[in-house]
Write a protein that binds this ligand. Structure first.
Ligand code: HEM
Length: 416
C-alpha cells in the first residue's frame, strides 16, 4: 500500500477556491463584453466617444511599440505577439477605420493580462560573471546546507519558484511580506503552505556579504529552484539570469494560480496565458515528483465528489481508500496529508507511472490523461526518465524566463 500513513506537516492549508476565481476572471471578460454592448446601444452616431476610444487605443499601442523587444526566441515573447496584433489592427484601421469597439476592448483586456508578463528580457547565463562570480555557488551552498537538516526544503523551493513566476512573472513577489494594509501573495490561500523562505534569506545574506545590491531575489529563487532539483537527484541546467525584483505583491492575485481541481482545458488556459504549452504543462507537472500535499488539496476527490458518487471514479479504488484513511471526512487533522509519490524526496519519473495507474492526488494530475497530447507525453515520460528530464529542463527555462520586476531588493522580504 502506498499511502497507509498520515504525515503531519507544520504548514498552512490550501484553500481550493481558485476554480471559482477563474470564473471571476472569465466574468471580468464578460464585463468587457457588456460594456461593449452598452456602447453599441449608444449607436454609431456617437462619433466623439468613438474618436476618444480610438485615441486612447492608439496611445496604448504607441506606448507598447516604444517598449523594448528583446531578440529572444519569438515564441517566448508575448510582447512580440502583442505588437504583431497591434500592427495588424493598426493596418486594418488605416484601411477601413471600422475597428469595432468590441474587438478593441477585448484586445485591450488581453493586453492587460499579458502586459504583466514579458519573456526572456535580457536574461543571460553569465549575467553575474563579473559582478558577482560567487553568487551561484553561495546559493547552491545555502540549498544544500538547508537540505541536510530539512528534507522538505527542495520541494518548497521548487513550488515557490513556480508560484512566483505565475504571478507578475518571476520577480520575487512571492517573497515579500505583507505590510500595513497590503496582504502579500505569500499570505494568499494557495501560498499559505509555501515554506523554506529561510533558505532564500540565507542565500541572500551570503550573496549580499560579497556583492551587495547586485543579485536579485528573483534570480536567487530561480537558482535555488534549480539547485533544489539537483540536490534531489534531478537534472541540472544553466539558469538564465538578470531578473529584477518586483515592488507589488497582492494576495488577491493568487487566484491566478491554477487549482488542483482544474481540468485539462482550465490548465491549458492558465499555462497558455503565460505562453506555456501543453508540453510545458506535462513536463512541469513532473515537479509533483517531489513533496507533500495536504488533505484539503484533494478532499474534493475522496468525499462527496458529485451527486452520484462519493469518490472520483478516475482514482484507483485502493489508492482512493488509502487517501480516505489519511483524510477522513471528520476529525481530519489540518496538517494531515500524503507524499506526492513514494519517493517524494527524489526527483524521478515515478510521478508519470503513477498517473498511468491513476494513483496521483490532484484532479489536475489525472487531467493529463484527458488530452491526447498530454496523455502521450505522460506515457513517454513514464517510460523514459531521460526524456522527462530533458523536457523538464526546457520548460523550466521557459517558465523561469517570464520576467517582470524593476529593482534589486536589499532584503527579499521588503521592497527597497
Ligand atoms: C499544473 C498545475 C499545478 C497545480 C494545480 C498544482 C497544485 C499543487 C498543490 C495543490 C500542491 C499541494 C499544496 C499543499 O497541499 O500543501 C502542490 C504541491 C507541489 N507542487 Fe504543484 N501544482 C501545479 C504545478 C506545479 C509545477 C509547475 C511545479 C514545479 C515545477 C509544482 C511543484 C510542486 C511541488 C514541489 C509541490 C510540493 C510542495 C511541498 O512539499 O512543499 N507544481 N501543487
Amino acid at each position: 500500500m502506498l499511502f497507509d500513513f498520515t504525515i503531519l506537516r507544520d504548514c498552512g492549508d490550501f484553500n481550493t477556491t481558485s476554480d471559482s476565481n477563474i470564473e471571476e476572471d472569465d466574468s471580468a471578460d464578460g464585463v468587457s463584453e457588456e460594456e461593449d454592448g452598452d456602447r453599441e446601444d449608444g449607436g454609431e452616431g456617437n462619433s466623439e466617444e468613438e474618436e476618444e476610444d480610438d485615441v486612447i487605443f492608439f496611445m496604448f499601442l504607441e506606448t507598447l511599440t516604444s517598449l523594448k523587444v528583446t531578440d529572444e526566441p519569438p515564441c517566448f515573447s508575448n510582447l512580440k505577439c502583442v505588437l504583431f496584433f497591434g500592427g495588424a489592427i493598426h493596418e486594418s484601421h488605416a484601411t477601413s477605420f471600422k475597428v469595432k469597439k468590441a474587438s478593441m476592448i477585448a484586445f485591450l483586456s488581453s493586453l492587460l493580462i499579458f502586459s504583466f508578463f514579458s519573456f526572456g528580457t535580457s536574461l543571460t547565463s553569465n549575467y553575474y560573471q563579473k559582478s558577482c562570480p560567487a553568487a551561484e555557488s553561495l546559493i547552491r551552498k545555502s540549498v544544500f546546507d538547508a537540505t541536510k537538516s530539512d528534507k522538505t526544503a527542495p520541494a518548497g523551493l521548487l513550488r515557490m519558484h513556480f508560484h512566483d513566476c505565475f504571478i507578475r512573472g518571476c520577480d520575487g513577489s512571492v517573497l515579500l511580506n505583507s505590510k500595513g494594509k497590503n496582504t502579500a501573495e505569500k499570505d494568499g490561500p494557495p501560498n499559505l503552505s509555501l515554506h523554506a523562505f529561510y533558505v532564500i534569506d540565507n542565500a541572500k545574506k551570503a550573496v549580499e556579504s560579497v556583492c551587495p545590491g547586485v543579485v536579485s531575489c528573483a534570480d536567487i529563487l530561480a537558482l535555488a529552484a534549480r539547485d533544489a532539483v539537483v540536490v534531489s537527484g534531478g537534472p541540472s541546467w544553466d539558469v538564465p539570469k538578470g531578473r529584477k525584483d518586483g515592488r507589488i505583491s497582492k494576495a488577491s492575485e493568487t487566484t491566478q494560480l491554477p487549482a488542483p481541481t482544474f481540468n485539462i482545458s482550465q490548465l491549458q488556459q492558465s499555462f497558455s496565458q503565460r505562453s506555456l504549452s501543453l508540453e510545458d504543462l506535462a513536463a512541469l507537472s513532473g515537479g509533483h515528483t517531489l513533496g507533500f500535499s495536504h488533505c484539503s488539496s484533494f478532499n474534493n476527490r475522496i468525499h462527496n465528489f458529485n451527486s452520484t458518487t462519493d469518490i472520483d471514479p478516475s482514482l484507483n479504488p485502493s489508492f482512493a481508500a488509502s487517501l480516505r484513511r489519511v483524510c477522513p471526512v471528520k476529525n481530519n487533522a489540518k496538517k494531515a496529508g500524503v507524499a506526492m509519490d513514494p519517493s517524494s524526496a527524489t526527483f524521478d519519473n515515478i510521478y508519470y507511472k503513477l498517473i498511468l495507474q491513476q494513483r496521483v492526488v490532484f484532479s489536475s494530475d489525472s487531467a493529463l490523461l484527458s488530452s491526447p497530447k498530454t496523455r502521450s507525453l505522460v506515457s513517454k515520460f513514464a517510460s523514459s526518465k531521460d526524456a522527462f528530464f530533458k523536457a523538464f529542463v526546457k520548460s523550466m527555462i521557459k517558465m523561469s524566463s517570464i520576467t517582470g520586476g524593476q529593482e534589486i531588493r536589499k532584503d527579499c522580504r521588503v521592497v527597497n
